[in-house]
Design a protein around this ligand. Structure first.
Ligand SMILES: [Zn+2]
Length: 299
């Protein structure tokens, strides 16, 4: 005979067994149903979800910009690519077609100054006709709004100044500046020289572009100002730079080491991506035209 206690114990065992079996079944059912619903929602509303996330993204970056106490931008060739000026690195970069040791080095210039000047003349004509893009204009606007304090640029094209930026630190020089290879003569061109190489009006020696070539040190004043700005900023926008040219690539690292928030705007992954707090994987012009529209609400 089975006593009442044994029977109740049996009933408890059955309930426990059923519960054990029931929950795993329910768990897997929930997972399957949730996956079906989420897959449907994503397929149906993918665009809306993506746009929603992107809007949140831009607003987030804008908040970081607006709330910054000392905002500095560090720019490279990528910011001017949308203005039609080719970049140097990457598969379509200039250095994949031309030899930098012949065209952008002191020994290349010494060997064939005419060839180097032909190359600079070609680039001057291209830069002369180039117009700043929304990224350049938005940075100029941020400076006018007293949010952006300075731009440290590796570019020699002068497009930041063309867009209206005033505090621009050109660590690699400027394509329109020339200096004598012998005396201390320096000048600024307004158009490409008619005959190359041009000569110094003071001593007759050959003039050279006042830009930094491979193997040359950076201009002392500009470099120390750039380090100062990188050390001082609390937010740094790193825009369109490959992050491999030394010592320029140290700039974001200096800012990071001093506690700044690094926002990288670049469709490519670079060494800077590793230290970036926010990564915007878009071309600068595309991203900043959206930031500019959002900025209107703050003006
Ligand atoms: Zn001279």
């Amino acid at each position: 005979m089975v006593g009442i206690h044994e029977f109740r114990d049996f009933q408890r065992q059955v309930r426990l067994y059923n519960r054990k079996c029931f929950w795993p079944k329910l768990d897997s059912t929930i997972v399957i149903i949730s996956s079906i619903v989420l897959t449907y929602l994503f397929k149906r509303f993918k665009a809306i979800i993506v746009i929603g996330v992107m809007l949140m993204y831009e607003e987030h970056v804008l908040k970081v910009i607006i709330n910054s106490k000392y905002l500095v931008a560090f720019t490279g060739a990528g910011i001017s690519a949308e203005s039609g000026i080719p970049t140097f690195r990457g598969k379509d970069g200039l250095w994949s077609k031309y030899d930098p040791t012949k065209l952008a080095s002191p020994w290349g210039f010494q060997e064939n100054p005419k060839l180097v000047w032909e190359w600079y003349k070609w680039r001057m004509s291209m830069i002369m006709n180039a117009k700043p893009n929304p990224a350049h204009y938005t940075l100029a606007l941020l400076e006018k709004m007293h949010i952006l304090k300075s731009i440290i640029t590796q570019n020699i094209d002068g497009l930041h100044q063309k867009a209206g930026s005033l505090n621009v630190i050109e660590i690699h020089g400027n394509i329109w500046k020339v200096k004598c290879t012998v005396c201390n003569y320096r000048s600024r061109l307004i158009e490409p020289p008619e005959s190359v190489p041009p000569h110094c009006p003071k001593c007759g020696a050959i003039l050279r572009p006042d830009v930094v070539w491979f193997g040359e040190p950076l201009p002392e004043d500009e470099w120390s100002r750039a380090i100062g700005e990188a050390s001082r900023c609390d937010v740094m926008l790193v825009i369109g730079t490959s992050g491999v040219v030394m010592p320029a690539a140290l700039i974001p690292n200096i800012a990071k080491s001093k506690g700044a928030i690094i926002v990288e705007i670049n469709p490519e992954t670079t060494p800077i991506s590793e230290i970036a707090d926010i990564k915007v994987p878009e071309p600068a012009g595309v991203f900043f035209s959206k930031i500019k529209s959002l900025l209107r609400t703050f003006q």
